[in-house]
Write a protein of this length. Structure first.
Length: 362
């Protein structure tokens, strides 16, 4: 087995998640440790500005290059800190997702910033990056990419079973009774709630669901939100963080509490409406949304079967996405698929990622 470090900087823009994972690209061995390094507030705001302006920016724009350099150095710091935490183990490869600025697969565009050459120079470890471009170029959505890792983790679970990741965007992976994997983005995750909380409280998120728990869901606004054409599309399908940005204007007339409650209900309803070919007997939840009790209560009320955090299976839900990109880095080294027709809509199962640095022996 190879030892990989996965790095993830999600659409929530809170920082870098880093995790160690041991894998042969099929099975998952030892997992962890993991850690998170937050971004400095100034860097987070610069990244937010790039997200807002991404459709008009070019990759060589000075402000893009500056942010890319700074966030890559923060990723290098995460690698160093994780290796120190783990006792300086041998690491074969780094899976470096980078920061998504734009994801528009219908326009054949997906853009993640991150300087893989710089990360390789800073760490001395081979880097796999640019995981999404090949899938988009071959007709896929480029997301979600977690399903192959989720399926490996779920191998011993009774089927059908699902993992729901609630990051900035939410996505679901179903491992069906026949062992086939199906997946799609379901709708907003935490991004809208985070933006709403920042506007109304100055905090980066709705800590412990305090705003949402004090409010009432506006049923008319919720219905209007759920009328977005995205929800009529069949799976597989994917989203950009900005895809539902207009939702903030649709709740702008509500109080801070009612707006938060309605946005939390939007996340829940979108997950419950996921177009899956089978109804899972159990739904295991990971990502930042697992820490929001309003979202978790909503899911337990709306979803049939067991609804539980992945922590009940002994997994670290905050590290799963980072672990995933370590796993995918090894699959990329071995030329194994990281996406398939049932997960992204790509025409055939497809590998992906580009390798920088010395190629470890698999």
């Amino acid at each position: 087995m190879l030892h990989a470090i996965g790095l993830m900087s999600g659409t929530s823009l809170d920082g870098v998640d880093a995790a160690l994972v041991e894998t042969d690209g099929h099975r998952v061995g030892a997992r962890g440790p993991s850690l998170s390094l937050p971004y400095a507030p100034a860097l987070r705001e610069r990244m937010r500005d790039l997200l807002d302006r991404a459709p008009t920016l070019s990759a060589d724009a000075p402000e893009v290059r500056d942010v890319e350099h700074a966030l890559t150095l923060r990723h290098a710091e995460a690698v160093q800190a994780l290796r120190e935490k783990a006792g300086h183990p041998h690491v074969d490869v780094i899976g470096f997702h980078g920061q998504t600025l734009l994801h528009q697969p219908q326009a054949h565009r997906t853009w993640q910033v991150g300087d893989a050459e710089l990360l390789w120079r800073e760490t001395g470890i081979a880097v796999v990056h640019d995981f999404r471009s090949a899938d988009v170029a071959h007709g896929g959505e480029g997301a979600p990419l977690a399903p192959f890792y989720h399926a490996a983790l779920l191998a011993g679970q009774e089927r059908p079973v699902a993992i729901v990741n609630i990051g900035g965007v939410s996505n679901v992976t179903l491992l069906g009774t026949d062992g086939r994997v199906h997946a799609c983005d379901t709708g907003p995750g935490n991004a809208l709630l985070d933006d709403w909380a920042r506007i109304h409280t100055g905090h980066p998120c709705d800590f412990d669901g305090r705003l949402a728990s004090a409010g009432q869901v506006d049923a008319d606004v919720l219905q209007a939100l759920l009328s977005d054409p995205f929800f009529a599309r069949p799976a597989p399908k994917s989203l950009d963080r900005q895809s539902f940005h207009r939702a903030l204007s649709m709740v702008s007339h509500l109080s801070a509490q009612d707006g938060a409650a309605t946005l939390a209900a939007f996340t829940v309803a979108a997950i419950a409406a996921a177009p899956l070919p089978q109804v899972p007997r159990a739904w295991y939840i990971c990502g930042g949304g697992v820490h929001n009790p309003v979202i978790m209560r909503g899911l337990r009320a709306r979803l049939p079967g067991i609804v539980a955090p992945v922590g009940e299976l002994g997994w670290d839900g905050d590290a799963l996405e980072a672990e995933c990109f370590g796993f995918l880095a090894v699959r990329a080294l071995l030329g194994l698929p990281i996406s398939a027709p049932e997960t992204t809509g790509v025409r055939l199962p497809l590998t992906g990622g580009r390798i920088v640095g010395a190629h470890p022996r698999a």
